[in-house]
Design a protein around this ligand. Structure first.
Ligand code: A3P
Length: 438
């Protein structure tokens, strides 16, 4: 049956409207086919991805927007809403199996190159560190919770993909980012995250409870609210999450933990012999990914107003977080520490997952390398609506583990753009992965 234009237009116009509100766009007219998403609506490239995830979720089927959004590894320059409607109709009405790449007519290569040579120095790192709000998390007197697994990495290192792969193992519970360890109490966490642009980071705990207790989002939120009002520490709340999961290991992947040594140390204080996966990625891959993501928008104002370019902030973030992780790792026995790279995971997924399972002492399960299977049990769907997903939106742009994503940065960047401290650490990390310890 042919799908009618009016039907698709209505879905897409509603999604765009909802997004304009979320990003607080200045666009005041009604959405129509002529509206340009970047020039008129103020979209960023990651908003394109968000839009496609929302449309697919409304349509309850994959459209394959990768071919519309990316050409030769670059995001399109701008798109009209009409072009999105055209592409969608063409795809949905194409006979089964004939869906070749059909890029939208208006799609042009991204104009702005990120060729800025940041060459980040130790002085830059020191200046940036002054801007990072110091975190002091006090250990509590509560008994240690049972073992958990932490994925420690800078942001944009493939941590969502790894978490979803781990969620495919029946011995693990790997929910979206929990954002617990960074705060002494649930009330502190709520006060910090219940704000514009970041409130979706509160959803990981909601999603975890929905999964383990077979609850609605409302029921899960009510329990968290109750715990918060009792003055519960995040240490104790981790224990609540672990209730009812039997022998399953809880996996926490929250990249912001690595901004502070204090936060990392909290893992040792709250858990009995926790395990750590140090997830690494080539700095250029992480920098390129960071600049294309919505993270610059989520950065605290003082960092956005600083003299550093987005590329420099990304490189310093890579350096700072990896250094913190390594320094913390020196205090952890080697049998509880595993270095693993994003490049290894996407190029040899089965081997990487087998190594990881052996490290965690759980059986390898083939579903781990099929991360797009069963989005509900993998917790890759949103809690209430697809507009509020935590973790990596680009996960949804892929439809399988994509080894090419690991080297895409080479089209835009070269290692010459990196500062000495970054190059040195990258080389140390490469050697460390080869030997099993940094
Ligand atoms: P790029 O932006 O370079 O594409 P994180 O989850 O830590 O934020 O990491 C995001 C990175 O993981 C993104 O890198 C994203 O594309 C990549 N990623 C997500 N799903 C993937 C998949 N199926 N195959 C390969 N890379 C994937």
């Amino acid at each position: 049956m042919t799908i009618q234009r009016a039907e698709i237009e209505s879905t897409i116009f509603t999604v765009v409207d909802e997004l304009l509100e979320t990003i607080e766009s200045d666009y005041e007219e009604d959405v129509d086919g002529n509206m340009m998403l970047i020039a008129d609506g103020g979209f960023s490239s990651i908003d394109f991805v968000q839009m496609t995830v929302m449309i697919e979720s409304e349509l309850k089927r994959k459209v394959g927007y990768q071919d519309m959004l990316m050409q030769n590894g670059r995001y399109v320059d701008d798109l009209s809403v009409g072009a999105v409607v055209d592409f969608t109709l063409e795809r949905l009405n194409a006979p089964e199996g004939s869906q070749s790449a059909a890029p939208a007519q208006q799609a042009k290569a991204h104009a702005s190159e990120s060729g800025t040579s940041s060459r980040v120095s130790e002085d830059d790192l020191a200046a940036f560190t002054q801007l990072v709000r110091p975190r002091h998390v006090q250990p509590t007197n509560a008994p240690r919770n049972k073992r958990a697994v932490f994925i420690l990495s800078p942001p944009r290192s493939g941590s969502t993909l790894l978490r979803v792969m781990m969620a495919g193992n029946s011995s693990l519970l790997a929910p979206p980012e929990l954002h617990l360890l960074s705060y002494p109490t649930l009330a502190d966490r709520h006060a910090d995250l219940n704000k514009e642009h970041v409130s979706h980071l509160l959803d990981g705990t909601v999603r975890a409870l929905m999964q383990t207790r077979d609850w609605s989002a409302e029921q899960a939120r009510a329990l968290i609210e109750d715990c918060k009002n009792q003055g519960m520490s995040t240490h104790e709340f981790f224990g609540v999450l672990q209730e009812g999961i039997g022998d399953k290991l809880l996996v926490d992947k929250t990249p912001t933990y690595a901004f502070s040594l204090d936060i990392l140390r909290q893992a040792e204080a709250c858990f009995d012999n926790p395990l750590y996966v140090h997830l690494t990625r080539h700095p250029c891959g992480m920098i390129r990914s960071y600049t294309e993501s919505n993270l610059p928008r989520m950065m605290p104002m003082m960092m956005r107003a600083s003299e550093f370019s987005t590329e420099a902030v990304a490189e310093i973030t890579w350096l700072l977080t990896n250094r913190n992780i390594l320094q913390f790792g020196e205090t952890v026995p080697s049998d509880r520490w595993l270095p693993l790279s994003y490049e290894h995971i996407v190029s040899q997924p089965e081997q990487a997952m087998r190594t990881l399972c052996e490290f965690m002492d759980v059986d390898y399960e083939p579903d781990m390398i099929d991360p797009y299977r069963d989005s509900q049990s993998r917790m890759t769907d949103g809690v209430d609506s697809s507009s509020k997903m935590s973790g990596d939106l680009k996960f949804h742009l892929h439809s399988q583990i994509d080894p090419a994503a690991a080297t895409r940065w080479k089209q835009f960047m070269s290692e010459d753009q990196l500062g000495e401290p970054t190059l040195e650490l990258a080389s140390r990390l490469r050697q460390g992965e080869a030997s099993g310890r940094f």
